[in-house]
Design a binder for this molecule. Structure first.
Ligand SMILES: Nc1ncnc2c1ncn2[C@@H]1O[C@H](COP(=O)(O)OP(=O)(O)OP(=O)(O)O)[C@@H](O)[C@H]1O
Length: 309
């Protein structure tokens, strides 16, 4: 990597002693452009005007910008498993895609050491091909040799658990449930040792047993000196697998640090678990209500109020 990691902001997470950086995200903005949000049509004169006034072209032709990631900076190191959390639409998947090189950045730079692999619930496998063929093609697409794929084939099938309920691996993927397909995708990706593995909600679709297996594999991948990024709304999965958490909110990096510290703040923010136990309600005071940061009452406050009635 060309950039000097000293220039990048310091983070409080950690665990890796050798501190070899694998991903550097330096002051990155990512902007989507959505076409066709304006009037769209118009007269030939209006079209000519748009062409002549280039500065106004985007607005006039109905292109709307969505600023999905704003001035985000961090450095990821070998051996780290980093959870990306944040409420819906906060920019987690967008940032992951940009690290994978699938989205351009508007400003700033992303440097990666090694090849990042994005494993998402939408990762492309061929629906009309059997699970077996998809394992072969997926393995080759990730850069494994034919021999390596052959060698690991059975391990992938066993890990996925696809054949636990019958010989499904020789059936086309379109006959799989969404959970089965997600398991196969994860199993293919996890068969390879990755420099940087990016996982987007893949664990959400598997059942409890599969999730445990996957979490164990993520820990293994960390030990094998890779870096794992995990986007998830399941705080338990993040707690069990990650040593560091980045919290994005409205596209901005709100917190970066050790898992427990960040999750504690995040849970207080979302109202999942209030930071402090709520004070005992005074029976006659019905007007004052504890609000969480979104302005909604927390579950606990509500049940205390109900109990007080
Ligand atoms: N293809 C797209 N075109 C335009 N805007 C998009 C596109 N994809 C995402 N966005 C917008 O970018 C912002 C961030 O979206 P993103 O999917 O990265 O959030 P997220 O944190 O992964 O959300 P979730 O937890 O719901 O999956 C949102 O405002 C979303 O509407």
């Amino acid at each position: 990597m060309a950039e000097n990691p000293q220039n990048a902001p310091h983070h409080t997470g950690g665990g890796a002693d050798d501190r070899t950086p694998t991903v550097i995200v330096d002051d990155v903005d990512i902007v989507y452009r959505v076409n066709g949000t304006g009037g769209g049509r118009g007269t030939a004169t209006a079209a000519l005007n748009r062409m002549l006034r280039r500065k106004q072209t985007e607005k006039a032709s109905g292109v709307r910008k969505v600023h999905a990631v704003k001035k985000v900076s961090f450095v990821a190191y070998k051996g780290e498993a980093i959870g990306l959390i944040g409420t819906n639409g906060s920019g987690k998947s967008t940032l992951l895609k940009a690290i994978a090189g699938l989205l351009p950045v508007e400003n700033g730079r992303i440097y990666t050491g090694g090849q990042p692999s994005l494993l998402g619930v939408n990762a492309a496998l061929m629906n009309d091909l059997t699970g077996e063929r998809n394992i072969h093609l997926g393995g080759l697409a990730m850069g494994m040799s034919r021999e390596q794929v052959k060698e690991r084939y059975q391990q992938i099938v066993d890990f996925s658990g696809i054949n636990e309920k019958g010989d499904f691996i020789t059936l086309p993927m379109r006959t799989y449930s969404s959970g089965m397909a997600a398991r196969l995708r994860f199993s293919i990706a996890a068969a390879k040792d990755h420099d940087v593995l990016l996982i987007d909600e893949a664990l959400a679709t598997g059942d409890g047993r599969f999730r445990k297996r996957s979490e164990a594999r993520i820990r293994e991948l960390r030990k094998e000196a890779g870096t794992v990024f995990l986007v998830s709304h399941n705080n338990k999965s993040i707690r069990d697998t990650c040593n560091r958490v980045l919290w994005l909110e409205r596209g901005e990096l709100r917190m970066d640090g050790p898992t427990d510290e960040v999750l504690k703040e995040y849970e207080a923010f979302t109202g999942d678990k209030p930071r402090k136990p709520a004070a005992k309600p005074k029976p006659k005071e019905t007007k004052s209500r504890e609000l969480n940061p979104q302005g909604t009452r927390s579950q606990e406050t509500r049940s205390q109020e109900t109990a007080a009635r």
